[in-house]
Design a protein around this ligand. Sequence first.
Ligand code: SAM
Length: 291
Amino acid sequence: MTDVAGASKSTVGTLYVVATPIGNLDDMSARALKVLADVALIAAEDTRHSIRLLQHFGIDTPLAACHEHNERDEGGRFLTKLLAGENVALVSDAGTPLISDPGYHLVRQARAAGVNVVPVPGACALIAALSAAGLPSDRFIFEGFLPAKAAGRRARLEQVKEEPRTLIFYEAPHRILECLEDMEAVFGGERPALLARELTKTFETLKGLPLAELRAFVAADSNQQRGECVVLVGGWSAPEGEQAISTEAQRVLDLLLAELPLKRAAALAAEITGVRKNLLYQLALEKQKAE
Ligand code: SAM
């Protein structure tokens, strides 16, 4: 049996993880409104922020703070309510909770305590950006926010330099230019990229260009360095004419070659890395000859 919001009836309450708009209030779903109006308590990242959203929709459910500084300790307070059979909703300031937002500890604690946890999906900046970017969307990775300092940022970018899946990053507006500069330096200026700014809002901009041109576009217009932004970068592919074997795949092959016969090492490396067995076999032969 399920209630109006779609959760199973049981003696413990349900923790609803509710997505809210990332700018345009019309993106609030009918189900999200129903859940927020029906629960006993709303755990909110910033109660002052969420109260405005609730007032806009005429909802007067009580709010309590659940942010990164109190989440671990205060989780118990929400759990007590849930275990007593009351329903609680978790919201963040914008978009989907837990996605570069608080909520992980509460959800983990709730699940560990046997509480039902039900997602109420809706807006999420990375998914909105990806859905309109025109970059491969069958496989992608979300890197969240990069480190604020240049050295850390570059080191993180180096780690995903040869990642074949589409890369998605969140970035603060005051760092967007240096972030694009570092991406150009690490990934190369030719990589396809897209800046999605102020999604669903008045000044929404989606600009897709190779990294060098995108960096120049943002540098030339200070308006592009304002507002909220998502950066997408096309995944790595081997330069034309070169074999598609990343340095990581080569490292795996080297490790296996040290322990196994050539054919077995190439086959296992292919399984681990997803690179074609033939390519790795050829490379292993070349390595053997060169020794
Ligand atoms: N939980 C949110 C989600 O589901 O997307 C993300 C919260 S995170 C603290 C905030 C970051 O998300 C912003 O710095 C920006 O990178 C991205 N973001 C949020 N709203 C956005 C929007 N309307 N347009 C572009 N990026 C946005």
